[in-house]
Design a protein around this ligand. Structure first.
Ligand code: MG
Ligand code: ZN
Length: 537
């Protein structure tokens, strides 16, 4: 009897340890960390993906779970507060710095704590300890999120200096856009550079000097790549891939081009897959940060259709990570966000209400159901998917037109050609209207314009000049789409965090915590030491 009890206990223990994962019960130490940041991917953005996946008539998921859901099913799910130490709401560089360093940071700085001191990032600590390191982003490599892992700068805007510093820190793999910060100001007339960089990439430098960081990278042992084909062929250990002059293309481009054989720009999934394969051959392990960076940009623009495409691109990348990690027991994967962007939500309203819908006649007379309000139709999800150009790019097209062409009927036709919605002439006038910028600040990079597109409510949250027109598009479509947006900036919503790895480790990430604590736990998971200064609240 006693022996049977012991036997069952042993069996039970073995079962609970999973497939040989008991190693981690002892030391909680893994070799690799893959840290994924969906920039601006709050729970609201996740709701858009989930609703689309499950309820769009023509859902690409076809009854399958999203990769995010699959990761959740094998891991733990927690919530993260991302606020700075001394402010209510965070920006991307501060938030990434808090994850990367385990210290409170300040908005708009990179790799600096909230006392104003440079502080070591997990990527630097990992490199020092002999781990291999990588950064992947679908924005550009010098942008706030990746920069916060491999640079220390008082302003996220100093991307030329950040490029230089990132090269000195020297992650083994850096894949993104952002060539313009690596090429000399005279790049356009530089024949040798033109012969190296394929013609589909512009050579429009943002540098104020003649420093050629492509040369420097090559001297430092990087293979510098500019297109998908060379990425496919690369077997180098140290790789810098700069696939666009500025940002990489958006999520709608991704949907439209991902299956094209002649595509020259790699996708986020392809860059991630390359980075994992490149870094996995490391006896000491690796640290990799992957950013799905343009969910945030769709959020700033309040562009729901674009945001759906961004979430699809992010989820496709999560599929690559899931496939890579699912049979491993030496890796911790963290999927989280730096903040929510836009205060997005589907919302019920008073437009087109009390429509008769068919239900069973057991409770409802004649089988007719009517709700007092409009709770939104699933057909909206398919319509959002069928948006073929971002609002920002539609408006860019308008801005290139001659003043004579820029008439209300022409603009209305243009919008209707790219989206599944109808616009009234009044809608178009609202979108194109401008008035005095109430928050004018002379010389300010964003608020320095005397006129802004007209937005009447919460106007202090609409700060990005001409881009505000896209926010107005969201306002005029809101009743048809059942969508609301609270702001053109970020909100303080706690973000979702999924951790996949040995259960004894992922359970440490269970519950609600601050991003600095996530950062510290990640250091610990890799066995990296750092003396942390700030007291986490
Ligand atoms: Mg970012
Ligand atoms: Zn943002």
């Amino acid at each position: 009897m006693r022996r049977n009890l012991l036997l069952s206990l042993t069996l039970l223990l073995l079962a609970s340890c999973g497939q040989g994962k008991d190693y981690y019960q002892k030391n909680n130490k893994i070799k690799n960390v893959v840290f994924i940041i969906g920039d601006g991917m709050g729970p609201q953005q996740i709701s858009l993906l989930q609703l689309y996946a499950k309820h769009a008539k023509e859902s690409l998921y076809n009854g399958q779970k999203t990769n995010l859901e699959k990761l959740m099913a094998i891991g733990e799910t927690g919530l993260v507060m991302t606020n700075p130490g001394k402010k209510l709401v965070v920006d991307s560089s501060c938030s990434a710095t808090q994850y990367a360093t385990g210290e409170y940071s300040l908005p708009e700085v990179v790799g600096i704590d909230d006392n104003g001191e440079s502080t070591e990032t997990i990527l630097e600590a990992a490199k020092k300890a002999g781990l291999r390191t990588g950064l992947v982003s679908d924005v550009r490599i010098t942008h706030a999120t990746p920069a916060s892992y491999a640079a220390h700068n008082i302003s996220r805007g100093n991307e030329n200096d950040i490029a230089q510093e990132m090269l000195s820190v020297g992650p083994d793999v850096m894949l993104s856009g952002g060539l313009r910060h690596f090429i000399p100001k005279s790049a356009l007339s530089n024949k040798s550079l033109r012969s190296q960089v394929p013609s589909h990439i512009k050579l429009k430098s943002k540098r104020k000097d003649d420093v050629n960081l492509i040369n420097k990278a090559q001297k430092d042992g990087y293979e510098v790549l500019f297109d998908k084909l060379s990425l496919n062929k690369s077997t180098s250990k140290k790789v810098l891939g700069l696939f666009t002059n500025s940002a990489m293309p958006n999520g709608i481009w991704h949907t439209q081009n991902k299956d094209k054989a002649d595509r020259v720009i790699p996708t986020l999934s392809e860059m991630t897959s390359f980075a994992l394969k490149n870094l996995e051959n490391s006896s000491n392990g690796f640290f990799l940060m992957v950013e799905a960076g343009q969910i945030d940009w769709a959020g700033h623009a309040n562009d729901t259709g674009l945001m759906l495409h961004e979430m699809l691109r992010a989820d496709e990348m999560l599929g690559v990570v899931l496939n890579w990690v699912k049979d491993r027991d030496d890796t911790l994967v963290i999927v989280t966000a730096d903040h929510e962007t836009g205060g997005f939500g589907f919302s019920y309203n008073g437009f087109n209400v009390e429509r008769a819908e068919k239900v069973s006649n057991k409770m409802f007379k004649d089988g007719v159901y009517k709700s007092k309000f409009n709770y939104g139709d699933f057909s909206t999800l398919d319509k959002l998917y069928k948006q073929t150009k971002s609002n920002a790019n539609i408006l860019r097209e308008v801005s290139k037109w001659s003043p004579e062409k820029r008439t209300i009927p022409n603009i209305k036709n243009l919008f209707e050609s790219y989206t599944q919605y109808k616009y009234s002439s009044k809608d178009i006038s609202e979108i194109m209207h401008s008035s005095k910028n109430k928050f004018f600040k002379k010389g300010h990079s964003y608020l320095g314009a005397e006129k802004f597109p007209t937005i009447t409510d919460f106007s202090s949250f609409y700060i990005y000049g001409e881009r505000i027109r896209s926010n107005i598009v969201a306002r005029v479509l809101a009743h048809q789409q059942n969508t609301v947006w609270a702001t053109a900036t970020h909100t303080s919503t706690p973000v979702t965090m999924v951790t996949v790895g040995p259960a004894s480790l992922t359970k440490e990430f269970d519950g609600m915590m601050h991003s600095t604590e996530v950062g510290r736990k990640t250091f610990k998971a890799l066995g990296l030491k750092k003396e942390f200064k700030s007291v986490i609240k």
